[in-house]
Design a protein around this ligand. Structure first.
Ligand code: GZL
Length: 361
């Protein structure tokens, strides 16, 4: 997904035209969906019509869904990955917090535990439980068609957050809310170039396969290095599946094969934290003889920036609650929704990490 720089910023902190009635009943429709970090501070929203052109966007009439008042609505949220990752914990908590704040009648929450087949059945179950609109954090960019088609058949709008699916906006799904992942990779490359003073050997810990986040974060990083850092060589790329334990084991393998690496780009913080363990076990000094750059903005990783073990962390903002419910509220009020609504992300470096670590998730 390569999106143009945003044209405008829209504060997502708009007071929604909903009078608080009662807290939403947030029901776990299965064993998933724990609680964890709060939804954190508000975030700026950068809304960019799909493809950069001022596209027509999607209206309630065009989508063909019935009007809905969130105060009397049943909304379903499908989380993809098990909540061992602060990104997922904060993402789910943000949905629960915003639903409660707005007085949504009922929020159903499911967790697919990183299994595509379960995410499909989770969504179908919530439809059967009466969900009138769905917010889905897709596990993969493909494969959800059986669930999405079931929603479409019942005119149930689906917002996808975080990862993007290969389907038609304002049709199979309503719109995509997420970060610009190519830009995240580009920013990570710029930080890596600074950390290495423009020269060195870099390994990439790739995210899990089958989703646009890994593809785009890799593209953004590699394209930027190839375009602007001729003396930085990418000597290894291997997936750590966005997981801490696999990030550590893959880092061990890479160190054995490439003992003279001087940079590690981790496509998420969990893998970066695992890589730090492997690097130190191999006698390397992160922040001195090897530089680590990561993406997500979890509190543990930002603290490592404060400690000097990670050079920079590009945030991937998981706090989709306010944006999701604002987008739904706007949609049901008749506003045209862009195909891609891009949430803005922070950058943590040694210059701001100490001051900002408290607001990291
Ligand atoms: C990014 C998201 C990624 C996170 C990982 O938006 O899809 O998945 O970066 C998570 O931490 O597992």
């Amino acid at each position: 997904m390569s999106l143009p720089r945003a044209r405008f910023l829209t504060a997502a902190l708009v007071c929604l035209p909903l009078v608080l009635t009662a807290c939403a009943r947030s029901e776990d429709s299965d064993t998933g969906g724990g609680t964890g970090a709060g939804s954190g501070g508000g975030e700026q929203v950068v809304a960019t019509p799909s493809g950069g052109a001022a596209g027509p966007g999607c209206t309630l009439e065009a989508y063909g869904a019935p009007k809905l008042d969130l105060k009397t609505a049943v909304i379903g949220f499908s989380q993809s990955e098990k909540e061992a990752n602060p990104f997922r914990i904060a993402e789910t908590q943000s949905m629960r917090d915003e639903a409660a704040k707005l007085g949504v009648k009922k929020l159903l929450v499911t967790n697919a535990n990183s299994q595509l087949s379960k995410q499909i059945s989770d969504i179908q179950d919530m439809i059967n439980q009466g969900a009138q609109a769905l917010v889905v954090a897709p596990l993969n960019s493909d494969g959800l068609e059986p669930a999405l088609n079931a929603a479409k058949a019942k005119k149930i709008p689906v917002l996808t957050i975080d990862r993007k699916i290969n389907a038609k906006a304002c049709d199979t799904y309503l719109a995509f809310l997420g970060s610009n992942f190519v830009e995240q990779g580009k920013q990570a490359a710029q930080q890596m170039a600074k950390a290495l003073d423009g020269k060195g050997k870099v390994a990439i810990l790739l995210g899990s396969s089958g989703n646009n986040v890994t593809t785009d974060r890799t593209k953004g990083f590699v394209d930027e290095i190839e375009a602007n850092s001729p003396d930085i060589e990418i000597v290894a790329q291997q997936t750590g599946d966005f997981a801490r334990d696999k990030g550590q084991s893959v880092m061990e393998q890479i160190i054995a094969a490439q003992p003279d690496i001087t940079g590690v780009y981790a496509e998420n913080d969990e893998m970066a934290l695992g890589a730090l363990v492997a690097l130190k076990s191999a006698g390397k000094k992160p922040g001195e003889d090897v530089q680590v750059v990561s993406i997500d903005g979890t509190r543990n990783a930002v603290q490592k920036v404060v400690d000097g073990e990670i050079y920079a962390v590009v945030e991937s903002n998981p706090r989709f609650g306010p944006l999701s419910f604002k987008t739904l509220t706007d949609f049901y009020a008749g506003t045209s929704i862009p195909a891609d609504v891009i949430i803005s992300d922070k950058l943590y470096t040694k210059d701001n990490a100490a001051a900002e670590v408290g607001s990291a998730y």
